[in-house]
Design a protein around this ligand. Structure first.
Ligand code: SF4
Ligand code: SF4
Length: 230
């Protein structure tokens, strides 16, 4: 899931100063799970902005709406786009992709981010704690690493670890952080697959992910093909 956190209220307020009618749009998928940008958070944000405008004697109307996903079309999404007719500007509390998806479909309206997207491939460890597990590298190596991702969990993205900084199972960048490669070794040992560790990792095609430019995936019958540089 994507994990985001709401931007500071004052920062959002500054971006919409000068508009008469502002619509805050929530997304009820990932950013709702992490309580950063669902419909409920959009409603609260609209109320807080309204209070600020009243306190400062400004004349700005605020409304809020939401949709299941701001990164996918559909009936609900079309309603959101129609609701934008009323507004001079939008604040979207979706992830960065959702903000852009709305902005591309309403090019006549400014759409401002209400959240900072911090993790793209995260999991919920427990309520209130999300951790990064995948960076969408485009060529998954989990089969060789006991299901633990060195790209997202090793501070150096090492494919043949650990580095010399690993100490007592912790990463050199923080005593709080498990060394990803120690976790990988422990897991491979438990699985009886240390042969995978002893074999050097083959060269990885980093261009299959972000390093190759903006990704584009086209469904072709029963397979997906990723293209870069549209
Ligand atoms: S190896 Fe790549 S695709 Fe697989 S979990 Fe890690 S970042 Fe994601
Ligand atoms: S100590 Fe472990 S996790 Fe940290 S950079 Fe080195 S190999 Fe990666």
């Amino acid at each position: 899931m994507i994990v985001a956190r709401q931007k500071p209220l004052r920062e959002i307020y500054q971006t919409v100063l000068g508009y008469d009618r502002v619509l805050v749009t929530g997304c009820n998928t990932c950013v709702a799970v992490c309580h950063a940008g669902g419909s409920k958070e959009a409603e609260v944000l609209a109320s807080l902005l309204r209070i600020l405008t009243i306190q400062e004697g400004r004349n700005m109307e605020l409304a809020h709406t939401g949709t299941s996903r701001q990164c996918e079309g559909g009936e609900e999404f079309r309603s959101l786009l129609e609701a934008a007719d009323w507004a001079d500007a939008l604040v979207s509390t979706a992830c960065g992709a959702g903000v852009q998806y709305v902005a591309e479909r309403r090019p006549d309206k400014p759409v401002y981010p209400g959240a900072d997207t911090v993790i793209l491939g995260g999991v919920t460890e427990r309520p209130g704690l999300w951790t990064e597990k995948c960076q969408g590298c485009g060529e998954c190596v989990l089969a060789r690493t006991g299901g633990i991702c060195p790209v997202s969990r090793c501070a150096k993205c090492l494919l043949n670890g650990p580095c010399g900084g690993s100490s007592q199972g912790k990463c050199e960048i923080s005593p709080e952080l498990d060394c990803a490669w120690q976790l990988i070794i422990d897991r491979l040992k438990a699985l009886g697959r240390m042969d995978l560790f002893e074999e050097p990792a083959p060269l990885k095609d980093w261009a299959a992910g972000r390093a190759g430019g903006p990704g584009r995936v086209i469904k072709q019958e029963d397979s997906c093909e990723t293209r870069t540089h549209e």
